[in-house]
Design a protein around this ligand. Structure first.
Ligand SMILES: *Cc1c(COP(=O)(O)O)cnc(C)c1O
Length: 396
């Protein structure tokens, strides 16, 4: 189909919940994609932090094709090998105890919230348990996940949402402590806030929250859907802080393009929360999705992706510091590893910068608070960083 035909059909038939960039992507290779007119783009958004290995990474397609030839779906009523393998990968990498696979990030958050509520309910049999979430957070669009998303604009039309949620200020331990009471069952936060504008947790904050949760037996849920899977240079961003969650949420790069998420429980919460009949999903963790997950863990290992991220992210950070120094329109540079943001001045709307960059062959997106977001494939090289920075130099 031609670009104009695609746009016409999409706008005619698809519910308009997205303002799309004016290109139609046809294929990808490495860290680049091509549109239907044959134009090439360097991809610094990676399908929103999904394509950690870029497009057609050697071994990835082969693993998926091999699984297609066997079976792609079984339901969760039967055992299958990809489930055994992927679960082993996730447990080994997190040091947690049990995993439940989902289809998306929002569903991983839903499951984590249910597990935390059940954990508290098993202790006292009460139905008044509260959850503390953070202002500026993002956890997904389903009602439960939206209820803990600290963004008024996203919540307002959909109230009443799930009850028993209070919002604290991210990186302000006092504000969390002030909300804790005997009904608090969980504290949920992103180790690095993504959609909210790329804000890494302060070590004292996340360590303080961990301590608070230990003291009061509150379930700490870390949402690493965006910042996990090696993006920050460690497999899980919490490893930077010397803390571990009670329940971890992951998705996005977990399948590197195949829709899959997971929530992962430590021994304490796994032993005393969801049991047979409490939770389920028809598709979640099907053989096709989990063949992707298992391949991703293998390929990360073989290519030593984490070492590459540690090295290349230092280079990206230096280049962005210099870019920020060259342009008055850049107010701040924040981030961890290959998850970085440039906060732009109000007179320099990030949407315009992203549109200009698109015109010059760079895919890049925004985050909340007028922030230009960098979540490239983890396999980028210095040459590609230079190329992206040169384009942004012109756009800014
Ligand atoms: C993307 C994201 C989600 C939601 O994931 P979906 O797959 O879109 O449901 C939740 N939390 C964080 C931190 C995210 O970045």
């Amino acid at each position: 189909m031609k670009y104009t035909e695609i746009v016409n059909d999409v706008e005619k038939n698809v519910l308009h919940t997205y303002n799309r960039f004016p290109i139609a992507i046809e294929r990808g290779q490495g860290v680049r994609v091509w549109d239907t007119d044959g134009r090439e783009y360097l991809d610094f958004m990676a399908g929103i932090a999904v394509f950690a290995l870029g497009y057609h990474y050697p071994g990835y397609d082969e693993a998926l094709k091999a699984q297609i030839d066997k079976v792609i779906h079984t339901s969760n009523l039967y055992y299958h090998e990809p489930l055994a393998r992927a679960a082993g990968d996730v447990i080994a990498s997190t040091g947690l105890d049990k995993v439940f696979f989902t289809n998306s990030g929002a569903e991983a958050v839903e499951g984590a919230l249910k597990a935390a509520r059940k954990y508290a309910w098993l202790k006292d049999g009460k139905n008044d348990h509260e959850i503390i979430a953070m202002a500026g957070s993002f956890h997904g669009r389903s009602i439960g996940a939206l209820s803990v998303t600290g963004n008024d604009h996203y919540q307002e039309p959909f109230r009443p949402l799930m009850g028993g949620v209070k919002f604290a200020e991210f990186n302000n331990l006092d504000s969390v402590e002030n909300l804790v009471n005997e009904t608090t069952c969980a504290i949920i936060l992103e180790t690095v806030q993504g959609e909210g504008g790329i804000h890494p947790a302060d070590p004292a904050f996340i360590q303080g929250v961990r301590r608070l949760c230990d003291e009061k037996d509150i379930v700490l849920i870390l949402d690493e859907i965006q910042c996990g899977m090696g993006r920050t240079g460690k497999m899980w961003a919490y490893e930077h802080y010397g803390v571990r969650p009670d329940i971890l949420c992951c998705a996005k790069a977990l399948g590197c393009g195949v829709p899959v998420g997971a929530f992962v429980l430590n021994e304490k919460t796994a032993k005393s929360s969801l049991v047979a009949g409490d939770h389920g999903t028809t598709y979640g963790g099907n053989p096709f999705a989990l063949a992707a997950v298992d391949a991703v863990f293998k390929l990360y290992d073989e290519a030593d992706i984490l070492t590459h991220v540690k090295e290349i992210s230092v280079y990206l950070a230096e280049q962005l510091d210099q870019l920020a120094a060259r342009h008055e329109s850049v107010k701040a540079h924040r981030g961890l590893g290959l998850m970085r943001g440039l906060e732009l001045a109000p007179e320099c709307p990030v949407g315009q910068v992203a549109s200009k960059a698109l015109g010059k062959g760079l895919l890049i997106i925004s985050a909340g608070g007028n922030v230009l977001r960098f979540v490239p494939p983890l396999i980028i090289t210095e040459k590609e960083v230079d190329e992206a920075v040169a384009i942004l130099d012109e756009c800014l």
